[in-house]
Ligand binder design. Structure first.
Ligand SMILES: *Cc1c(COP(=O)(O)O)cnc(C)c1O
Length: 371
C-alpha cells in the first residue's frame, strides 16, 4: 500500500495546517445563529475605500488581459511616498506570498530561522517547508520582545531573523532603541525580515519607531513587509509589498515569484487606496477609539489583563482554556482566534471590528466567562 502522504517531501508531511478560522456562513450554518461578528482575521470594519472600489470596478472589464507584471503604477506611487528607489520594491499576492518566496529564495536545508513566540503561523510554517529549523524565542513576561534573548539566539547558522512588529498576535511593538539593539547585533550573514503588516495602525503612536528609517541608516540587509490587507482594507484582493535594503535583494525575490503574482484588480485598487488618505485616517481613528473601549471593558468589567496593542486586535489571557471560551463565543455568533500554541493556550485574539460587532463580542465574552 502506498499512501498519498508519502508522495510529499518529508518537510511537507510534518507541517501543521495553517489555522485560517471560520467563515461567517460556516458559523451561521453550524451554530444556527443569524448575526455573526467576524473578529478573527483582523479585517477593516470600514470596508474598502470608495475610491478603491471605483478603481476596482473600472479595472474589471480588462480581466481577460494579464496584469502588469511589475506593478508599475503602484511601484511608482509607493516609491514616491516612501522616498525610495523603485527597484527596492517587491510585490506579492498578499505579503504571505512574499513570506513564502523569501523562504524559498534564502533558506536551505539545515539553515536556522529565528522568530518570536507567540508567532504568526506562516513565520514558522514556510521556513519549515523549506527545510529550515525554526528557533522560537518567547516574549518576556511583560509580553514584549526581549531583544537581548532574541539576539542571543542568532548564531552562525541563522539565515533569517523574521518576526512582526507590531506583533501578531500580541499587538506590542519594538521601540526605536530596541530595534537599534537588533540592528547593532545583527550579523552580516543574517537577513532581517521585518513584518510590519500593522504599520499604518501603529504609525504615529508614542514610542513607535520609523523602522524603515532606522534600517536604512544601518548596514543591515533587510526586507520590510507591508500589506494592503489590514488598514487599507483590501484583504480579499491579496496584495502586499516588501521594501528591500538594496535592489539586488529585490531581484532575487523576483526570480522565484510567479510572473503575474499580483492581479490587475488588486493593483488598480491598491493605487487608489494608497491615495485615499482620508479613508486610511478614518480607519485608524476608528480602531484606536474602539480598541480603547474594548480594552477598558476587558480590564474593568471582566477583570482581565489585555496586552496594550498598537494594532487592530487585542490579545488577552482568559481564566478558562481558549478552546472552551471559543466554543461558547461561536455558539453566540462570535468568531475570534483562540491561540493554540504551546504555552499560550489560554490566550485569545480578537480583532477590533465595527462598534456593533465589538459590543456583540463583549457581551458574548462576559456570558462565556460567567458559565
Ligand atoms: C495578516 C498578516 C500578514 C498577511 O497579510 P496578507 O498581505 O494578507 O498576506 C502577514 N504578516 C502578518 C504578521 C499578518 O498579521
Amino acid at each position: 500500500m502506498y499512501y498519498s502522504s508519502t508522495f510529499a517531501r518529508c518537510e511537507v508531511q510534518a507541517l501543521a495546517a495553517y489555522n485560517a478560522g471560520l467563515s461567517i456562513e460556516a458559523v451561521q450554518q453550524k451554530y444556527a445563529v443569524s448575526r455573526v461578528a467576524k473578529l478573527g482575521s483582523n479585517e477593516n470594519p470600514l470596508g474598502i475605500s470608495p475610491n478603491a472600489l471605483a478603481a476596482l470596478t473600472a479595472a474589471a472589464p480588462l480581466a481577460a488581459l494579464y496584469p502588469d507584471q511589475s506593478c508599475s503604477l503602484l511601484r511608482t506611487a509607493l516609491a514616491h511616498k516612501l522616498a525610495i528607489d523603485e527597484q527596492r520594491l517587491v510585490f506579492g499576492n498578499g505579503s504571505e506570498d512574499l513570506l513564502s518566496i523569501i523562504c524559498r529564495v534564502f533558506l536551505d536545508h539545515g539553515d536556522h530561522v529565528v522568530t518570536i513566540l507567540p508567532s504568526f503561523g506562516l513565520h514558522i510554517i514556510y521556513p519549515q517547508a523549506a527545510g529550515a529549523q525554526v528557533i522560537g524565542v518567547p516574549m518576556g513576561s511583560d509580553m514584549r520582545i526581549d531583544v537581548q534573548t532574541l539576539m542571543a539566539a542568532v548564531t552562525p547558522r541563522t539565515r533569517l531573523l523574521m518576526f512582526s512588529s507590531p506583533s501578531n498576535p500580541v499587538g506590542s511593538a519594538l521601540t526605536g532603541s530596541e530595534l537599534q539593539y537588533i540592528i547593532d547585533h545583527l550579523p552580516a550573514h543574517t537577513l532581517l525580515v521585518f513584518d510590519e503588516a500593522y504599520f499604518e495602525y501603529a504609525n504615529g503612536e508614542a514610542g513607535y519607531p520609523d523602522a524603515l528609517q532606522l534600517l536604512q541608516n544601518s548596514q543591515c540587509h533587510f526586507i520590510v513587509l507591508r500589506t494592503f490587507s489590514k488598514a487599507y482594507a483590501l484583504a480579499g484582493l491579496r496584495i502586499g509589498y516588501g521594501i528591500t535594503s538594496d535592489p539586488g535583494l529585490a531581484q532575487l525575490i523576483d526570480r522565484l515569484r510567479t510572473p503575474f503574482n499580483v492581479n490587475r484588480c488588486a493593483q488598480a485598487a491598491a493605487v487608489a487606496a494608497l491615495a485615499d488618505v482620508q479613508h486610511l485616517t478614518q480607519s485608524v481613528t476608528h480602531v484606536r477609539a474602539e480598541r480603547q473601549r474594548m480594552e477598558t471593558f476587558l480590564r474593568e468589567r471582566l477583570g482581565l489583563n489585555p496586552i496594550p496593542s498598537l494594532a487592530n486586535f487585542i490579545f488577552f489571557e482568559s481564566p478558562l482554556a481558549a478552546d472552551s471560551v471559543n466554543q461558547s463565543l461561536l455558539q453566540q455568533g462570535v468568531i475570534i482566534k483562540p491561540w493554540t500554541e504551546a504555552g499560550y493556550c489560554q490566550y485569545l485574539r480578537v480583532s477590533v471590528g465595527s462598534q456593533q460587532d465589538n459590543s456583540h463580542f463583549m457581551q458574548a465574552l462576559e456570558h462565556a466567562l460567567q458559565r
